[in-house]
Structure formats: C-alpha cells, structure tokens
Design a protein around this ligand. Structure first.
Ligand SMILES: NC(=O)c1ccc[n+]([C@@H]2O[C@H](COP(=O)([O-])OP(=O)(O)OC[C@H]3O[C@@H](n4cnc5c(N)ncnc54)[C@H](OP(=O)(O)O)[C@@H]3O)[C@@H](O)[C@H]2O)c1
Length: 273
C-alpha cells in the first residue's frame, strides 16, 4: 500500500482543541498542507485554531462542535462531515482519563469516559469504514489508544481498559477491510505533556512524559505509513519489549507502586474513599 499524501486532502482530527490533537492538526497544516476538519466541544479553541491555520498555513479548515460522549451528537457530526467533505484521513484522538482510586470514580464519569473513549470511536470507525468500502477511495484512520492499552495501569484501571478495547478492536478489524487502498492504524503513546497530564495527580510522573510535538509527529508518521500498531519513542518501544518478557502480574504490580506513590504525594497518604 502506498504512503498517504495529505497535501490538499481533508483530514478529520477529533479532540483538536488541545494537546495531541491540536498539535497533530498544526503539523498536518504547516508541514503537510492538509485541509482539516477540527472536532471537539470547545468552539472558541477550535475557531482560534481555524483562524490561525487558514491565515498562516493557507489551508481550509472546518470546525465541527460535538460532544462525543453523546451518540446522537456523534451521528450528527458524522452526517455533517461525510456530506460535505471528501475525507481522506481521520485521527480519532479525543479522549478523557481518570487517574485515581477506581472506587472514587463516579458512575456518570465512568459512563462519559466509556462513551467518549470507546463507543464514539467504534461508531465513527463504523461510519468511515462503510464510506470507504462503498467508495473504494484511498484513505486511512488512526485510532489513538495508549501504552495503557498494552499494559494495564492501576489507578487508571477504567481508562486503561477503554484504551485496551480500542487497540484490540482496531488490530482485529484491520483484517476485515476489503478496500485495498484504505488502512486502519492504532497509535499507542506513553505519557505526553498535555492538558490530560497537567493535573496534580500526574505531578510526580512529569519526568516520564514525551513532548507533544514529538508525539504528534510520530502519530502522523504512523497514519501516513499505515502502521498497524505504533508506539512512539525508542525508550517506550524498548521498555515495552522487555515488559512483554516479564510476567504481567509482576509488571502491573511495579506500575501500581509508581502510580500509587504519585497519587499519595498529590493527595496525601490516607485519601477518603
Ligand atoms: N497525555 C497523555 O499522556 C496520553 C498518553 C497516551 C494516550 N493519550 C491519548 O491521547 C488522546 C489526546 O489526549 P491529550 O493528552 O491530548 O489530552 P487533552 O489535552 O486533554 O485533549 C483531549 C481532547 O479530547 C477532546 N474531548 C474530550 N472529551 C470530549 C468529548 N466528550 N467530545 C469531544 N471531544 C472531547 C477535548 O476537547 P474539548 O474539551 O474541547 O471537547 C480535547 O481536545 C486521548 O485519547 C488520550 O487518551 C494521551
């Protein structure tokens, strides 16, 4: 399969109002001259980015405001996007986390995370796949999972499980695709410096985080070169290789200690449950 070439093509980026999605949108515009569909809930951030990219990168940008935790909004957004734009690439990046004791995660918050991180990703992938199978057009999807989907992360148990779901979903589904010009890739970064990791619970883990520019660049590379599963950063890849050689219970136990320590430092050792 040939590499994707984004110049003058439309690329959807969900979660483009901050962090990884915003940076991928910027790099796609400035370095690849892609036209962009920017999706998130915060209209002001998306409009600001649209103004900047249209003026400075000279690309076309469309803003779609949608709440991906609401399935009706997901469908409305996809109707709108597939009606107007000849989509070429799609980066399903929007996501939310919860870092804390699972017992303290409210049910509503859990459902919102499940809808955003899992249900919307499956729904959008279904819509895109049906579109590309019907048209036979060239294109690709990048689903943003996480290393937390490859290795279970205590104190992010539910988040970690949502990322494992979409990782396995994408890896399996890719083998069902009939359109030979269409690819489904999954991206599994470790920690990144973004709004998601800006909270005080993550304070002790800042040394592990990858700059967002590097994470964005490697994500675009994974989509462009149609990688099946891609982990950015040599250290993450080497670390992941060795972690796979060790018993899962041992590795998860070690991770548990690190995350528990970070949480205790941020919240004190005897949190209310
Ligand atoms: N940061 C990390 O360490 C890390 C590591 C591995 C993987 N990831 C993954 O990378 C992706 C991007 O995360 P990030 O680190 O860039 O976090 P971020 O800065 O918090 O950005 C999250 C993005 O998702 C959007 N979003 C959240 N809920 C939404 C909803 N209900 N509907 C529509 N958009 C929604 C947010 O926009 P609005 O608030 O404007 O809606 C925002 O643009 C996530 O899938 C995350 O799981 C992050």
């Amino acid at each position: 399969m040939s590499k994707l070439q984004f110049k003058n093509k439309w690329v959807l980026v969900t979660g483009a109002s901050s962090g990884l999605g915003q940076e991928m949108a910027r790099q796609l515009a400035y370095q690849h001259q892609a036209n962009l569909v920017l999706l998130a809930r915060r209209r002001d951030k998306l409009e600001q980015l649209k103004t900047e990219l249209e003026k400075d990168a000279k690309v076309n940008v469309k803003v779609v405001v949608a709440d991906l935790s609401n399935i009706k909004d997901v469908d409305r957004a996809m109707d709108d996007i597939l009606k107007d734009e000849q989509l070429y690439g799609s980066i399903l990046n929007a996501g939310v986390t919860y870092f804390g004791r699972h017992a303290e995660l409210g049910w509503d918050q859990f459902e919102t995370m499940l809808q955003t991180n899992v249900v919307s990703v499956v729904r959008i992938t279904n819509r895109l796949l049906a579109h590309f199978e019907a048209t036979g057009n060239e294109g690709g999807i990048l689903i943003v999972s996480s290393m937390a989907g490859l290795f279970p992360v205590p104190y992010q148990s539910a988040y970690s499980a949502t990322k494992a779901f979409i990782l396995t979903f994408a890896r399996a589904l890719t083998h069902e695709i009939k359109n030979p010009r269409f690819s489904l890739s999954v991206y599994a970064p470790g920690g990144i410096v973004t709004e998601m990791t800006a909270g005080e619970n993550f304070h002790d883990l800042q040394g592990w985080l990858m700059p967002v520019k590097q994470a964005a660049k490697e994500g675009i590379y994974a989509l462009q070169t149609r990688k099946s599963t891609y982990v950015p950063g040599l250290l993450n890849r080497v670390g992941g290789f060795f972690m796979n050689l060790l018993p899962s219970k041992f590795i998860t136990g070690k991770m548990s200690k690190v995350y528990e320590r970070a949480l205790n430092k941020a919240q004190g050792p005897n949190p209310k449950i």
